[in-house]
Write a protein that binds this ligand. Structure first.
Ligand code: SAM
Length: 201
């Protein structure tokens, strides 16, 4: 897969959409726990960027309640179709969109959740700046994966390299330069979670 080629990214995830949820059926509690760390309140707005089949969407909806707003955005229509088939279109508005060009107004969301996405972006700094554009000052960002980087690399059979955008020494300045301040970094065996807060312009 070539991250800088949307067609290649779509093709990669389209081929995996139908089996995505059945492959990792035990991840729901980890998603719920990560969403809880965003500290969302009833009536707030949340974006799930690269939502895939929408595994985080029910937890986001539960956090903001009926008066809140949840948007799930993804580049791959097949992933969104599986999300809708699973009924997750009742939890969120599903939109086909590139994470670097979101069809959302500036300062319109209180939290951005992005699981398994940032290292797939063609330009992670531009993606984080786009998240900052749509986020209100003080909004929270969660970059998440239900496995830590080392465990994920072992599962997928690749070697971690020092230029990995998810690694703290790379991520922290990238966030700072994109309108975010890193507040929590946890890259343990059983999850990856980087939490950041939108800084004032
Ligand atoms: C590893 S999957 C994670 C899906 C979901 N967040 C989850 O945790 O199950 C990455 C998702 O990001 C989407 N994606 C990749 N690059 C993207 C981009 N530039 N803009 C929007 N979505 C993208 C893919 O289509 C895929 O659904």
């Amino acid at each position: 897969m070539r991250n800088d080629d949307p067609a290649s990214v779509r093709e990669f995830f389209a081929a995996r959409a139908d089996t995505w949820d059945t492959k990792y059926p035990d991840d729901t509690p980890a998603y719920e726990a990560a969403v809880a760390e965003l500290g969302l309140r009833a009536g707030e707005s949340a974006l799930d960027a690269g939502c895939g089949t929408g595994r985080a969407l029910p937890a986001l909806r539960a956090a903001v309640g009926a008066s809140g707003r949840v948007i799930g955005a993804d580049l791959t229509p097949e992933m969104l179709r599986v999300a809708a088939r699973a009924g997750r279109d009742r939890a969120a508005l599903l939109v086909e969109a590139e994470a670097g060009r979101l069809p959302l107004r500036a300062r319109s969301v209180d939290a951005v959740f992005a699981a398994g996405l940032v290292h797939h972006l063609p330009d992670p700094a531009a993606g984080l700046r786009e998240f900052a554009r749509v986020a209100r000052p003080g909004a929270r960002l969660a970059l998440f994966h239900p496995l830590g980087r080392a465990a994920l690399a072992a599962r997928r059979g690749y070697t971690l390299t020092p230029d990995d955008v998810r690694d703290e020494p790379n991520l922290r300045p990238l966030l700072t330069g994109s309108g975010w301040e890193l507040s929590v970094f946890d890259d343990g065996d059983d999850r990856y979670l980087a939490l950041a807060v939108r800084t004032a312009d």
